[in-house]
Write a protein that binds this ligand. Sequence first.
Ligand SMILES: Cc1cc2nc3c(=O)[nH]c(=O)nc-3n(C[C@H](O)[C@H](O)[C@H](O)COP(=O)(O)O)c2cc1C
Length: 445
Amino acid sequence: MASNLREAIKILDRNGLVLRIKDELSTKYEIPYIVSRFEHEKALIFENVTGYTNFRLIFGIYGDRKRLALLLGLKKETDIYGKLLDAIRNPIKPSKGGGDFSINLTGDQVDLKKLPIPKFYEKDKGPYITAGIVVAKDIETGSRNLSYHRMTPISKNKLVMRVVERDLWSYINNARKEGKNLQATVVIGVDPATALAAATTLPLYNDELEVANSLLGGNLKVTNGLKVDIEYPANAEIALEGEILVNENEYEGPFTDITGTYDIVRKQPVFSVHAIRIKDRPIFHAILPAGTEHKTLMGLPREAKIYGIVKEVTTLNDVYLADWGSGWLECILSIRKRHPDEPINAGMAAITAHPSVKKVIIVDEDINIRNCKDVYWAVINRANPARDYLIIPRAKGSSLDHSGEPRSKVIIDATIKGNENIFRKANIPVSERALITLKKLQDNY
Ligand SMILES: Cc1cc2nc3c(=O)[nH]c(=O)nc-3n(C[C@H](O)[C@H](O)[C@H](O)COP(=O)(O)O)c2cc1C
């Protein structure tokens, strides 16, 4: 298991899953463009970044389920669900240690331009941090939250961050009620367990640092802040310490979200940076918005939640928040049904577990749910729209779904009904000799 980002790189390197780019490239469009072409295959390290010779930039390190399973020391991708649910049930308090930052900038030295923050898409307002995890402590409950928030510099020492109405949003409101700003640290470049725990939504009183530590087998060390009274993962490559100004909001965006479209511009909270701490030969982790790493980190904890809840109503084989459904809005369930209407109950359970989901497709075990063609083959051949498409005309949906209000849902039961034989895919038997010929033809192609 990788207990920090550098160990994670070593593990992926040993498995041939890292691409090192030595050509000089800019953080403005050039690096994001290369990432968009390769991150689904490998993690990418850019070693020659225009204007930032001291930094290396990494993308895609936690970019797919296979990479994450490997880094968490698991055999199969689907083992991640059980491991995450187990860590949530058994949090462990992290101990203190580490935190050897070689550069510590405070006061006038703080300048966000010193960080190689990429500009991704053409109409994005400017460069923004995408792998920044906010570590904050609730004034009311004392529990600690980890969450990703895209953030863009608006001055030398201030960033505006997008905060959806979840835990950090509640922390900010609780601090405002007490007449205080909310102390926080933004960590960039952490271990895989912290990266995953930060993308998980848990009840307000759960301490997500303890969940991250449990996921890391109790090996997460936390360090004290220089300028804030907040402990945060000592393995971070970069830490921005400061406070969220509870009475200061600025316009945020337009920026690209997981759907690959521009999110709405809204007034959002401002984070004032009091210290920038940087490790020796730092590695700056960034995530391409709407890329595979974004979809994996955001989708996987939701899949784990769906897995836990749907398992209660049916025999669940696998779950996938489909890449072609923005990794967020479309859910595919593979089940073994015991009653003709059980697929519909499974669909309703998935929507309850992940309210952002807009479409749930339920298929039998013979369908590869990670293959769009296979799934839609089942939909067109095994579902009768009038009977098997169930529309829920009104329910809570995703803030990223701009298709109109009220938000609605569709459950598609694409499982076999009736005579199995006429619904099974026809198969051509394959012999040893045919396989040898196939290989020869493929090699010469
Ligand atoms: C790469 C990435 C970027 C994200 N960006 C944001 C964001 O800008 N604002 C936000 O509120 N949530 C964002 N999220 C989602 C939250 O971090 C995530 O849902 C988290 O679980 C919320 O934590 P909480 O429910 O414990 O507060 C992002 C998630 C990922 C993986």
